[in-house]
Design a protein around this ligand. Structure first.
Ligand code: R5P
Length: 295
């Protein structure tokens, strides 16, 4: 199998190739002076199985279009199969038409990924709360794997939380909290969240007792940090000793980390689905495992 990394995920693709004992494929990627992208595949891919790793963060439109050009070229060049891996699937949160006339960006993105020539698809902890399942969005075989066990293992080995309670900051995060808690051999629960604006939320903790215990908050995305910051403040009020935050996708809008530390979060840990200063956990092993097992 040939593993190719688009410009969003070159390092991650190299790690996945290493995990699989494969050489990373070679690409030439550049931008023309007029702003257009240039993509050239330097390996002979005819008749080969190819995987393309391209996370859709920060400049998702640019990375999505580069993905489109790359996969279209691979199909033209005769690749036998093309597995698309977008560890962070942008646009997944707009998975419904919430107001009349809105684009359903999630399904539109899936259509574009498929139209390029993707024959199977893998993503990580995607935010499909209303659709539940990634295979409801894609017609090609699609899988959503979870980084939470890796984050839980990291927390166990590096944070050593005392009498931990793993908490999902909202009801949708409950499965992520459960998967993390399993690695820590800890209890888990979840809060209830009401979103006021895109950066402001209100948290209802319910009956949880955190007196003298460490709280480990687990969520898919940290964007503005509003959700985790409010959850951290609520944990402190409930008597938590230390507060840690784990997330798969450190989107990290400007000021998010400062906001979390100001709210009392001791450490914030994320994965390399989005490269960032807190991306301490690599998803390469789970991507390699998914690629080795047939969809
Ligand atoms: C929302 O339901 C997600 O699971 C995250 O909680 C949310 O995207 C985090 O965003 P922010 O950091 O801006 O609160």
């Amino acid at each position: 199998m040939i593993i190719l990394g688009g410009s969003a995920s070159t390092e991650l693709a190299e790690k996945v190739a290493k995990e699989m004992g494969a050489e990373p494929g070679r690409l030439e990627l550049k931008r023309f002076p007029d702003g257009e992208k240039y993509v050239r595949v330097l390996d002979d891919v005819a008749g080969k199985d190819v995987a393309v790793v391209q996370s859709l963060y920060r400049t998702p439109d640019e990375y999505l279009f580069e993905y489109f050009l790359l996969v279209d070229a691979l199909r033209d060049l005769g690749a036998r199969s093309i597995t698309g891996i977008t560890p962070y699937l942008a646009y997944a949160r707009q998975d419904s038409r919430f107001n009349p006339g809105e684009a359903v960006s999630c399904t539109a993105t899936a259509k574009l990924i498929e139209a390029a020539g993707t024959t199977s698809f893998i993503t990580v902890d995607t935010h499909l709360h209303r659709l539940e399942n990634v295979s409801k969005v894609f017609r090609v075989p699609a899988r959503n794997i979870s980084a939470m066990p890796l984050l839980g293992q990291y927390a166990l080995e590096n944070l050593s939380p005392r009498k931990p309670v793993v908490i999902g900051p909202d009801a949708e995060a409950e499965p992520w909290a459960a998967a993390t808690a399993k690695e820590l051999d800890a209890e888990h629960t979840f809060f209830r969240k009401k979103r006021i604006t895109s950066s402001k939320v209100e948290i209802d903790t319910g009956e949880v007792d955190l007196e003298g215990r460490d709280a480990v908050l687990a969520d898919d995305i940290i964007s503005t940090g509003g959700t985790i910051a409010e959850a951290a403040v609520a944990c402190k009020k409930k008597g938590a000793r230390k507060i840690y935050a784990l997330c798969t996708h450190p989107v990290l809008a400007t000021g998010a980390l400062e906001r979390l530390h100001a709210a009392g979060v001791e450490k914030v840990i994320g994965t390399d689905t989005i490269p960032s200063p807190i991306s301490k956990v690599s998803v390469a092993p789970i991507l390699a495992r998914a690629l080795k097992s047939k969809p």
